[in-house]
Design a protein around this ligand. Structure first.
Ligand code: 1GP
Length: 247
């Protein structure tokens, strides 16, 4: 089964999928190994891996370490064209559809396509939308694009529908890592009622109630990153997974 179908299967069986984001710059390899084992036994469905910069981290080494200590899929969430690794199971092939910068909608993709083919990685076409969340986030700053205003769910819904009509397989509502405020419930409700492709929600989710609330509003995949970079919180991974798996 390919990874996209695996995600659909998880959604179908558990109600929603829980993905944990690992940024190799923020989690050294030795810590990722331990983390991977804990996540696997806590019910996490897949890892996302990637980062905005990749200064100290090494993508290949991190993926290999995670895979050695767990058997859940590792999906690259690329912060740049160089973040393609043969060790990964799949890659979110993200187009920044909330922006109007052609390079982030198609340009970078052309640069990355030959390596994706060469390594045989499964690309999962994803419409990626930045949503205003309070202060300027890294994703917003690095992409140099304006997020969709948080009180304009209809813009997000029309954008998601366009992504679906263009053949994209997932739509990602991103408040940004460490966001002050997660994606608003009203926006998740409208987007998921309008489009048929699974809606991913991430950014600023720091407790299981919020994660569960987003699923009740229609999110089919929840992503958390920041909160579990602190190992004091690791004992709560299971609580998040159970809150998200509402079926
Ligand atoms: C993935 O950027 C998010 O969508 C992760 O956000 O780090 O705030 O959980 P947090």
């Amino acid at each position: 089964m390919n990874i996209y179908n695996y995600l659909l299967d998880v959604i179908n069986k558990k109600g929603a999928a829980y993905l944990l984001l690992i940024d190799p710059d923020k989690m050294p390899v030795e810590k990722s190994e331990k983390f991977a084992g804990i996540c696997a036994s806590a019910g996490v469905d897949a890892f996302l891996i990637g980062g905005s910069l990749m200064l100290s981290g090494n993508l290949d080494e991190s993926i290999e370490a995670i895979k050695k200590h767990s058997n859940i899929p590792v999906i690259i969430f690329p912060g740049s064209v160089s973040q393609v690794s043969p060790a990964a199971d799949a890659l979110l092939y993200i187009s920044l559809i909330s922006g109007r910068n052609a390079d982030q909608i198609i340009g970078k993709h052309i640069m990355a396509a030959p390596s994706i083919k060469k390594f045989g990685i499964e690309p999962i076409s994803t419409g990626y939308m930045l949503i205003e969340s309070g202060k300027v986030t890294t994703a917003e700053y690095m992409s140099g694009s304006k997020p969709i205003p948080r009180h304009k769910p209809e813009i997000a819904a029309a954008t998601a529908l366009a992504a679906q009509y263009m053949g994209m397989k997932l739509v990602y509502l991103e408040a940004g890592s460490g966001a002050d405020n997660p994606v608003p419930n009203e926006m998740i409700k409208l987007v998921s009622s309008q489009c048929e492709i699974p809606v991913i929600v991430g950014g600023g989710i720091r407790d299981s109630n919020t994660a569960s609330e987003k699923v009740k509003c229609g999110a089919k995949i929840i992503v958390t990153g920041n909160f579990f970079e602190d190992d004091d919180n690791w004992e709560r991974i299971k609580e998040f997974a159970e809150a998200i798996h509402n079926k």
